[in-house]
Design a protein around this ligand. Sequence first.
Ligand code: HEC
Ligand code: HEC
Length: 176
Amino acid sequence: MNLLLIFALSAALADGDAAKGKVLFQTCAGCHNTASDDRKMGPSLRTLFGKVTLRNGKHVDDANVREIVVEGYNGMPSFGYSFRPAEMDDLMAYLHTLTGKPAQAASGKGESYFRAYCVRCHNPDSKSAAGPDLRGGFKPEWAALIDEGHGGAPPLKEWLDDAARQALLDYLKTYR
Ligand code: HEC
Ligand code: HEC
């Protein structure tokens, strides 16, 4: 652990100002959405403190999020030298406000589309289903396959508009 990190961690309990942190977040906003779940260069942080684990497998808490910001992570540069300790606290206070729940409303809708259009061929409980069990297997390539039609299913664009298509894909990402 480097000195800066220890310094940052020891400041973890200090109170920050979320409004100031929101301004500082402009440094991050080029790579991170907070209003939608769309990925920029980095993942959306809309649900950051609504989640249980970070992508690096660690628990979502103040210290582990600070560590990512201070040290950088998987293509994200280090911001250890960008903020004074008080600014780090402000930034963290703002990040703590990002507690959206992972696409609940959309996934409810996505599930109903899945039942309407997919389950007759992708029913994991039916031995006679024509298509494979899709639980837990989401890959980004699926979007194109579903769009273009496959395995006896017509192209998705013939069934669903963009918002509905997105809701279905969001549902498939969490389908287990
Ligand atoms: C140049 C683009 C870029 C900038 C600027 C950037 N990040 Fe990142 N960030 C990334 C990438 C890339 C990842 C890791 C992506 C992955 O592993 O999927 C990431 C990951 C993260 C994560 C982990 C998310 C998770 O769910 O595990 C957090 C938290 C984070 N960034 C916060 C910030 C904050 C706060 C700032 C501003 C101080 C910032 N980032 C600035 C690109 C960036
Ligand atoms: C008429 C039956 C049918 C319907 C309806 C159908 N599928 Fe399929 N699906 C298949 C078959 C058969 C396969 C395997 C052969 C193939 O990929 O062409 C498949 C494969 C897939 C795969 C690839 C799985 C993998 O592991 O590679 C995905 C993803 C998929 N379907 C998603 C969907 C979604 C989402 C819907 C609803 C919008 C849907 N399918 C509707 C029959 C269907």
